[in-house]
Each structure stands twice: as structure tokens, then as C-alpha cells.
Design a binder for this molecule. Structure first.
Ligand SMILES: Cc1cc2nc3c(=O)[nH]c(=O)nc-3n(C[C@H](O)[C@H](O)[C@H](O)COP(=O)(O)OP(=O)(O)OC[C@H]3O[C@@H](n4cnc5c(N)ncnc54)[C@H](O)[C@@H]3O)c2cc1C
Length: 281
């Protein structure tokens, strides 16, 4: 098996042009190395782009933040701009796996997995992220809503890497809560990303994204429309929880944990709204 480890941005394009349909990108390897060892993945070549500084940087510009595809969960969790302006991303990054997984697992790998339970995906929907993909012929921009084709498969070509993720500074408060089967190192059974702006104690704008109940995050439009112009009191938040329960009941297949999700989702809704009121925002 070939292994490519370009050391500079100029070497990256050369590496990308050598890739073939059975080549794979390697991020932190937290997921892929397990598949490699179990024989589930048998790539002809592996390409690691994390030695190139541009792929690791977290930078800001006048309109927002740009996160390199090889930025790790730990780096995002502790980044000051992310903590202050994108707290739902901090929440999600700090909830992924264990410390060891977070120290190696990258944002590019989380997206590359295209898992319905990928923790960062609902949050990137919330913040209108745009993925900058780099291929041998240059870059192209892909809105996050168009990235995932089906579970485990993105729209990226075999020789296109997740180079950077762009997100505008949000004009709303935000939070993220995940519910799994265990308290730690747990895969999401349901999660929620929330963004809200208020005007005179009434909801001016709201975004609600639910993860792990479908191939892609679900935008809970009915609840969003319900909340506009209303105060954030317990009654209205419970109504959102009810809308989510009804949605899960009507739209998820009758799999083993649907009933659990119908009830547990109510707690997730309450917790996500409660988390909005943290000091930093
Ligand atoms: C014990 C354990 C717990 C976990 N817990 C969670 C969890 O709580 N939440 C969660 O969301 N995930 C979890 N995961 C899954 C995984 O660790 C994360 O999704 C992580 O972010 C993957 O990143 P990585 O860099 O290690 O990806 P890798 O394993 O290196 O790669 C994953 C996939 O993405 C592709 N890829 C990697 N980088 C790029 C790139 N730059 N461009 C294009 N494609 C790329 C690879 O080819 C591969 O197909 C867990 C895994 C384990 C083993």
C-alpha cells in the first residue's frame, strides 16, 4: 500500500493527482484505522494531509471563522473564538468519544465518515458551514447541506479532500446537546443544535436541527415557526418538545429505539434551551 504524506501545500496537489479510486484520506485515524485493522477497508493508497500547516489552522477573518480539515476536536474545544462565538461547536467537539479520540479525531474525518450520528454535522448545519474541498484542479465550495449523499458517503470525489470549513459569525445564541446510551464515550441516539435571537423578550429568529434521527440533520420547521414572536417560557419549550416527539413518531422507522427517542427527545429539548443561558453568550 502506498502512503503519501505531503509536507507543503505545493506538494499536496501532486499527491492528489496520484490518487486512484481505491485511495483514501487519513485524518486522525480514530475511525479509519479500526476499519483498516478489521479488514473492512482495503485502500490501495493512503494520503495524510495533516503535516501541512494550512490544513490544521483555525483562523478568523472579517466575516467569520475558517477551520482546517485536520483541526482536532480538542483544538476546537479550546479555541477562544469557537468558545465565544460558536459555543454549539465547542459543545459538540467536547462531547465526541474520549479524550484520546478528541485529541486525534478531526473535523474532516467527522464529515468524511458521513455518519447520521456524527456529532459535528447538525452544528455545522446550524452555522451555515461551507466546505472548501481541494482536488488536483483546485478548490470548490460545497454548502454543508449538500455534502452528505447517504450514510458513509459524501459527494466528494476520491481525490478531493476536505480542506477548510468556513462559517460566518452567527447573530444568535447557540447550544448543542447529545443524548447517548451512556454518559461518556457514547454514540448519539439523538442530538439537537439550537440557535436563537431575541427581541424584547420574544423570539426573533430560531434554528432547530435534530441529529441522529435521519441520514442528514432534520430542520424542525414546525417548531421554529411556532416559536417566532413568542417568549421563551416553559410552556412554549414543552410545545417544541411535543413537536419533536410527534415528528420522530411519524417519520422514523419503527426500529428498536424509536419509542425511546420519542420520550427521551423531550429531555434533550429542555436541556438544549437551558444551555443557551451560559455566561459567555
Ligand atoms: C471509541 C470511539 C468513540 C467515538 N465517539 C464518537 C462520538 O461521540 N461522536 C462522533 O461524531 N464520532 C465518534 N467517533 C467516530 C470518530 O472518532 C469521529 O467521527 C472522528 O471525528 C473521525 O475523525 P478522524 O480524523 O479520526 O477520521 P479518520 O478515521 O481518519 O477518517 C474517517 C473517514 O473520513 C475520511 N477523511 C478523513 N479526513 C478527511 C479529509 N480531510 N477529507 C476527506 N475525507 C477525510 C477518511 O478517508 C475516512 O473515510 C468515535 C470513534 C470511536 C472509535
Amino acid at each position: 500500500m502506498e502512503a503519501y504524506v505531503p509536507k507543503s501545500y505545493s506538494e499536496v496537489k501532486e499527491c492528489l493527482s496520484k490518487m486512484t479510486p481505491d485511495s483514501k484520506f487519513l485524518g486522525g485515524g480514530t475511525d479509519f484505522i479500526i476499519r483498516l485493522h478489521s479488514g473492512m477497508a482495503k485502500p490501495g493508497a493512503l494520503c495524510y494531509l495533516g503535516a501541512v500547516d494550512e490544513f490544521r489552522r483555525i483562523e478568523t477573518n472579517r466575516s467569520g471563522i475558517v477551520i482546517g480539515g485536520y483541526a482536532t476536536m480538542t483544538e476546537m474545544e479550546h479555541n477562544e473564538v469557537i468558545r465565544e462565538q460558536f459555543p454549539a461547536l465547542m459543545d459538540a467537539a467536547s462531547d465526541v468519544g474520549s479524550l484520546q479520540i478528541r485529541n486525534h479525531g478531526t473535523i474532516g474525518g467527522n464529515l468524511g465518515n458521513a455518519s447520521p450520528a456524527g456529532d459535528l454535522i447538525p452544528v455545522l448545519y446550524l452555522y451555515d458551514a461551507v466546505i472548501e474541498a481541494l482536488g488536483p484542479d483546485g478548490t470548490r465550495m460545497i454548502p454543508i447541506t449538500e455534502l452528505i449523499e447517504r450514510p458513509g458517503k459524501t459527494v466528494l470525489d476520491y481525490n478531493e479532500a476536505i480542506y477548510r470549513i468556513h462559517m460566518p459569525f452567527p447573530k444568535f445564541k447557540s447550544s448543542f446537546v447529545k443524548l447517548g446510551t451512556r454518559k461518556k464515550v457514547t454514540i448519539a441516539r439523538i442530538d439537537m443544535a439550537l440557535g436563537i435571537s431575541m427581541e424584547q423578550d420574544k423570539v426573533k429568529s430560531v434554528r432547530i436541527l435534530i441529529g441522529a434521527i435521519s441520514v442528514r440533520p432534520v430542520k424542525l420547521r414546525e417548531a421554529e415557526e411556532f416559536l417566532i414572536g413568542k417568549p421563551l417560557n416553559e410552556y412554549n419549550i414543552m410545545k417544541v418538545a411535543e413537536i419533536l416527539s410527534d415528528y420522530i413518531m411519524a417519520n422514523t422507522p419503527k426500529e428498536f429505539d424509536r419509542d425511546y427517542k420519542v420520550y427521551a427527545s423531550r429531555g434533550v429539548v429542555m436541556d438544549t434551551f437551558l444551555k443557551l443561558d451560559r455566561e459567555k453568550q
